[in-house]
Ligand binder design. Structure first.
Ligand SMILES: NC(=[NH2+])NCCC[C@H](N)C(=O)O
Ligand SMILES: [Mn+2]
Length: 339
């Protein structure tokens, strides 16, 4: 703890109501065990794998913050998929509404949600919730990921909706690059999803910053160049250093009033990220991921942080969860220390 944080902490013993706020962030853990939007089974176990990693490390992390559980719709997996270009979109819609309303309420209470989630689609619900609580604040997004997650039912190569959350939030169909003909019912759900929390884009595409994105398809590349979305590559992170890239990323978002950070563990290199559904080479090291998140979260505009896509069923010895837990713990203590 910094001296000021320590003083603040000590004072808070005596005057909890006055001193705790606004100096200390009120952290709330949000657990979303959704995996229907991933192509591989098992991401719903990621949160519990993080808890096992914490126990093995004898860390008291999970005793420090109250968790809240958001209901998932993983039972849809038993029914079979009816939407080839947006798999289980009916279930995804339910989960996104749940995440959205949970995050909205937390933000209205000025809490800082640390979201532990399964598949990455739920990040759209998080963004919609942040925006709903403060519609007049311009929201920027730092998306640390191997993927751009900018697909739509009209462009997706896989039908997996964890490849679509950013398109939901910028409210695009990307018809310029249409390759699929989604069914009418699929489109109805897609429209409902885009309009959760209001019939408007929740973020400007220009207010997205990518870090380590390296596995995109042509329709995503089209949106990236159309909107000039900045991507800081792994090479840039390595050449210029993590602190420099963190600063540059925050500078891109200089006109934003609040910032959400989404950390997909597949941003880390495939040599250590076997335990995730879509691993990609040339990613960040664990150390780089730790430094990057710990640095970014110091910015006072950051109002929510999320970690996703840990899948222990694909792993050996819970390696990914152990690494991801290091990132979670270090990022959270940076948040606490630099309130
Ligand atoms: N959040 C993720 N892991 N996304 C992976 C997406 C992979 C690919 N672009 C797809 O649409 O299927
Ligand atoms: Mn992702």
């Amino acid at each position: 703890m910094t001296t000021f944080a320590k003083l603040n902490y000590e004072l808070s013993e005596y005057k909890p109501n006055i001193i705790n706020y606004p100096f200390m962030r009120k952290i709330k853990l949000v657990e979303v065990r959704s995996e229907i939007a991933a192509g591989t089974r098992g991401a719903s176990l990621g949160i519990d794998a993080l808890k096992i990693a914490s126990l093995d490390k004898k860390s008291n992390f999970f005793t420090k913050f109250d968790p809240i559980n958001v209901p998932d719709a993983n039972n849809y997996l038993w029914k079979g998929n009816k939407h080839p270009h947006a798999k289980y979109i009916d279930g995804v819609y339910q989960v996104l509404k749940n995440v959205y309303s949970t995050v909205e309420s937390l933000r209205l209470e000025k809490k800082f949600p640390i979201v532990l989630a399964g598949d990455h689609s739920t990040a759209a619900g998080t963004i919609m919730g942040i925006k709903a609580a403060n519609p007049d604040k311009r929201l920027g997004v730092i998306w640390i990921d191997a993927h751009a997650d900018l697909h739509t039912p009209y462009t997706t190569p896989s039908g997996n909706m964890h490849g679509m959350p950013l398109a939901m939030c910028i409210h695009t169909d990307n018809l310029d690059c249409q390759v699929n003909e989604p069914e009418e019912l699929t489109i109805q759900y897609w429209e409902k999803i885009k309009n959760i929390g209001g019939e408007y884009p929740k973020i400007n595409p220009e207010d997205i910053v990518f870090i380590s994105v390296r596995d995109t398809e042509e329709p995503e590349d089209h949106l990236i160049s159309k909107y000039g979305i900045r991507n800081f590559t792994t090479e840039e992170v390595r050449q210029k250093g993590v602190a420099n890239i963190a600063q540059q990323a925050l500078d891109v978002l200089k006109d934003c009033d609040q910032i959400y950070i989404s950390f997909d563990v597949d941003s880390m290199d495939s040599s250590i990220s076997v335990g995730t559904g879509t691993p990609v080479p040339n990613g960040l090291t664990v150390e780089e991921a730790i430094q990057l998140n710990a640095e970014l979260i110091k910015d006072k505009r950051v109002c929510c942080w999320e970690i996703v896509e840990v899948n222990p069923t694909l792993d050996t010895e819970n390696l990914m969860a152990e690494n991801a837990f290091e990132v979670l713990e270090a990022t959270t203590s940076s948040l606490v220390d630099n309130f």
